[in-house]
Ligand binder design. Structure first.
Ligand code: GLN
Length: 400
């Protein structure tokens, strides 16, 4: 056999060549290394509800330890369908429209793999949660970015330009990825904005893939609207959600898609070949979680509002300009008042010297320069954690 020698690049997929490691996950590793308070990766440092932990323990004790049905354990699918009806008025058939996945992360990539062909385009609002770009590329599609623009007034909203969105759409566009309430901006898309997006989806025959994982984390009287509930979107929406953020169990890896039977049958095949199924006992516990009373969700939102209002003044005092989030549990900030050569150098200083970990803004943009003056803080943490971070951040003040 001819000796062609070792050509390391030849061993790698072109798709992966340009991926960087997840900056969010890397910041968590840096936080551990430097003993920093971790306000980088969005996971709670407080316990999950006792009822649902007990439900998981009970399920394991009752030997729910083998594969669930590949597209999801029946009790959980029934509970998801019941809640989609109750919360968003969307009728869902649990037998043909739901696929339970390993977290909403798998739900997103399974969906994109199920709907995209080589050469398709996927429109993504930016700043965006960093997985969406690589997800589109892994599915053979080209990501196309449309800007969310930060508010000019301290209390204003992030907005987008309808003309810019329209200009991004054409006959190769397969899908628009939405994320409301939004990570990292905290924007909650209004009904009027979603209707505008709906009209464009219909005009250009495009699917909406909507990540609604922060559905219950809302502030200041904002309301969550699922685009699937709008007329004309029933059969052209994939709604993604999961247990992670609503029930503070990000490590359980239970998420799901809700879509038309046609799209669901494609997602189910991809999901089956990718992962076979999500953890069976945790799906059983998920059915219990979705049965928690309405007061649970009110307390969840109230608790996060109090945390937001605890961290925001501390950030402002330390010199950050904060964009007030209306939902989700992140504060995007502008770091222009600090004298640093960009978000990466500044975040390095934060984690190593100040010992508070945050996420550099550039990791949420296609062009890193667009995020060079921004840093994101997660506030899904105990009061003590937020107070310790606030104390450390005071060292950033001039003269400290
Ligand atoms: N959504 C969380 C964040 O943005 C983390 C998700 C993850 O790391 N899988 O920080």
């Amino acid at each position: 056999m001819a000796d062609v020698g070792v050509q390391p690049k030849h061993f790698l997929s072109n798709k992966v060549e340009h991926f960087t490691e997840s900056v969010i996950r890397e910041m968590t590793r840096q936080a551990t290394l430097h003993g920093a308070v971790n306000l980088a990766q969005g996971f709670p440092d407080f316990p999950a509800p006792a009822e649902i932990k007990r439900a998981a323990q009970d399920a394991i004790a009752a030997d729910v330890n083998q594969y669930a049905i590949t597209w999801g354990e029946k009790n959980l699918r029934n509970a998801i369908a019941r809640q989609m009806q109750a919360w968003q008025g969307i009728p869902v058939d649990p037998e043909t429209q739901i696929t339970v996945c390993c977290g909403s992360t798998e739900a997103m990539i399974s969906t994109l793999l199920a709907v995209c062909n080589l050469g398709d385009e996927v429109v993504i609002f930016e700043p965006f949660y960093e997985n969406y770009g690589p997800d589109a590329i892994l599915s053979g599609a080209k990501p196309v970015f449309v800007k969310l623009r930060p508010p000019s007034a301290p209390d204003g909203e992030w907005t987008f330009d309808e003309r810019e969105l329209r200009a991004a759409l054409h006959r190769h566009t397969k899908a628009i990825i939405l994320n409301t309430p939004n990570n990292p901006t905290g924007k909650v898309f209004t009904r009027a904005e979603l209707e505008m997006i709906r009209d464009l989806c219909v005009e250009f025959n495009v699917i909406a893939i909507t990540d609604e994982i922060y559905e219950h984390i809302l502030y200041d009287g904002t309301q969550h609207v699922s685009i699937a509930s709008l007329d004309g979107m029933e059969d052209r929406t994939v709604t993604i959600n999961g247990l992670s953020k609503t029930y503070s169990v990000t490590g359980w890896r239970v998420g799901w898609t809700v879509a038309s039977p046609l799209v669901t049958s494609a997602i189910r095949k991809v999901h089956d070949f990718l992962t076979v199924g999500a953890p069976a006992p945790l799906q059983e516990a998920g059915a219990a979680a979705l049965g928690l009373p309405a007061s649970y969700y009110q307390n969840l939102a109230n608790g996060y509002r109090a945390r937001r209002d605890r961290l925001m003044p501390a950030l402002a005092e330390a010199g950050f300009r904060c964009f007030r989030p209306r939902g989700a549990y992140y504060i995007m900030t502008d770091i222009s008042s600090f004298e640093f050569a960009g978000d990466i150098a500044f975040s390095r200083h934060l984690v190593k010297d100040i010992r508070v970990a945050a996420v550099p803004g550039s990791s949420f943009y296609n062009n890193p320069r667009d995020g060079a003056r921004q840093v994101r803080f997660a506030f899904c943490k105990r009061d003590e954690t937020l107070d310790e971070a606030a104390l450390r951040l005071m060292k950033l003040r001039p003269g400290s």
